[in-house]
Design a protein around this ligand. Structure first.
Ligand SMILES: *[C@@H]1O[C@H](CO)[C@@H](O)[C@H](O)[C@H]1NC(C)=O
Ligand SMILES: *[C@@H]1O[C@H](CO)[C@@H](O)[C@H](O)[C@H]1NC(C)=O
Ligand SMILES: *[C@@H]1O[C@H](CO)[C@@H](O)[C@H](O)[C@H]1NC(C)=O
Ligand SMILES: *[C@@H]1O[C@H](CO)[C@@H](O)[C@H](O)[C@H]1NC(C)=O
Ligand SMILES: *[C@@H]1O[C@H](CO)[C@@H](O)[C@H](O)[C@H]1NC(C)=O
Length: 370
């Protein structure tokens, strides 16, 4: 037992005990600290991962970065740390989002998380998710019709962004595997309803991941050109992309421009990067078609994606340019006076983590089109 009797040692002793207590609290923050392996008979077993001791997570992140939940008492780190450089730390996200993030299961999510290989076994596990507003309804209807011709019985959930009854009445009625849900924005900041900031996408992805673990996100305007794409995708992942070097989140559509071209630099205040040069050299991938398996890694990346969507100046950082780009002499090295909101943010997080866009992107023989 530790005793603090001698006055000469008292100070050091107290500091050590405090350090230890804080370490115990803080080290419980991320879901990556432990992984729950799903066993066949429904039992779960906790398995400790390699990185048991992470003094860095305490010593280098400012204590001011932590937010305490008024509801659960849990403490979480709200400053993003560049995965490539632990002293490159972003501006703190507002602690007022702690409870929303807890509700979304984006913090302190203990799983259970299936093995990554389990996500590429059974095509029927896939849940298609999309969202539309009135003005995108015809795009969505076409996309849905094509998808249904290939996958007539998969679960398909459509979130409506303040859709009017006229359009709701046009939704499929005899399709028992189709589900419509109005996006309930009441628990989010008012600016989430500024649809052109695309905050709804990370938030809806978080909502759906709370419920389903094998999600296929498809934007209203994205169309499949070939049948059997789930089979093709699963085969490709099982053959070439199953190692831990690859991101669990995969995009299947390209953009033809770099990350730098569509980056308002203010975003880097919250989500700093290790290399502007890499942002210029790396293609941005589309966020309009994503396979999102719910793994510990996915949650640890989406924590920042969703926080950014909730924080006013992260998803819409100061700077010039909306969604429409004016490209310079090439589409890689010059800022094109535009910002791609959810897509710019997700790409930044994935590139920071994996340093190579092929780790989170496959074109799948150009199966999809905008
Ligand atoms: C890591 O980040 C810090 C803070 O931004 C920076 O000063 C330092 O140069 C970076 N180190 C490397 C190796 O990039
Ligand atoms: C955090 O959010 C609260 C509630 O919306 C707001 O009153 C406060 O000013 C915000 N703090 C910062 C530092 O932005
Ligand atoms: C839906 O199903 C009902 C009863 O099965 C049928 O009468 C109706 O015509 C169907 N509607 C459409 C649009 O297919
Ligand atoms: C929206 O969510 C709020 C808060 O969770 C809830 O009170 C309200 O009933 C919901 N509205 C609808 C239309 O479901
Ligand atoms: C890729 O798509 C083209 C048609 O666009 C088709 O001819 C070709 O067979 C496909 N390749 C593979 C490997 O599926």
């Amino acid at each position: 037992m530790i005793r603090c009797n001698r006055s000469t040692f008292k100070f050091i002793c107290v500091v050590t005990v405090f350090y230890f207590i804080f370490y115990l609290i803080l080290s419980r923050d991320t879901p990556t600290n432990s992984r729950v392996i799903h066993l066949k008979k429904g039992a779960t077993r906790k398995k400790t991962e390699k990185k048991i001791f992470q003094p860095r997570s305490f010593s280098q992140i400012d204590i001011n970065c932590y937010c305490k939940s008024p509801k659960t008492g849990e403490v979480y780190n709200f400053c993003y740390v560049d995965p490539q450089n632990s002293t490159n730390i972003g501006k703190k996200f507002n602690c007022s989002f702690v409870e929303t993030m807890e509700d979304l299961k984006m913090l302190n999510n203990p799983g259970p998380f299936p093995l990554i290989t389990d996500f590429y076994k059974n095509q029927n596990d896939i849940v298609f998710v999309s969202t539309t507003s009135d003005d995108h309804y015809s795009e969505h209807a076409k996309s849905f019709e094509i998808l249904r011709s290939y996958y007539p019985a998969h679960k398909y959930i459509l979130y409506g962004l303040k859709m009017t009854q006229f359009y709701i009445d046009m939704l499929p009625k005899n399709d028992t595997n189709f589900e419509f849900r109005p996006f309930n924005t009441s628990r989010y900041p008012k600016y989430v309803e500024t649809w052109m900031n695309y905050r709804f996408k990370p938030i809806l992805m978080a909502e759906i991941l709370r419920e389903h673990e094998n999600v296929w996100w498809i934007d209203a305007h994205v169309k499949a050109k070939r049948p059997e794409f789930l089979k093709t995708f699963f085969e490709e992942v099982n053959l070439k992309r199953s190692s831990e070097d690859f991101s669990p989140v995969t995009s299947l559509l390209d953009t033809g421009h770099s990350n730098f071209a569509t980056l308002r630099q203010g975003l880097l205040d919250y989500l700093p990067t290790n290399s502007i040069q890499l942002l210029k050299e790396s293609y941005q991938v589309a966020a309009g078609l994503l396979h999102i398996p719910r793994t510990a890694k996915t949650i640890s990346i989406f924590k920042w994606y969703v926080l950014c969507a909730l924080e006013e100046k992260c998803m819409n950082p100061p700077g010039v340019g909306g969604v429409y780009c004016q490209f310079g002499p090439n589409r890689m090295d010059y800022y094109a006076n535009c910002f791609r909101y959810d897509q710019s943010v997700l790409n930044l997080l994935l590139l920071n983590e994996y340093q190579d866009y092929n780790k989170y992107f496959t074109l799948l023989n150009r199966t999809f089109t905008n």
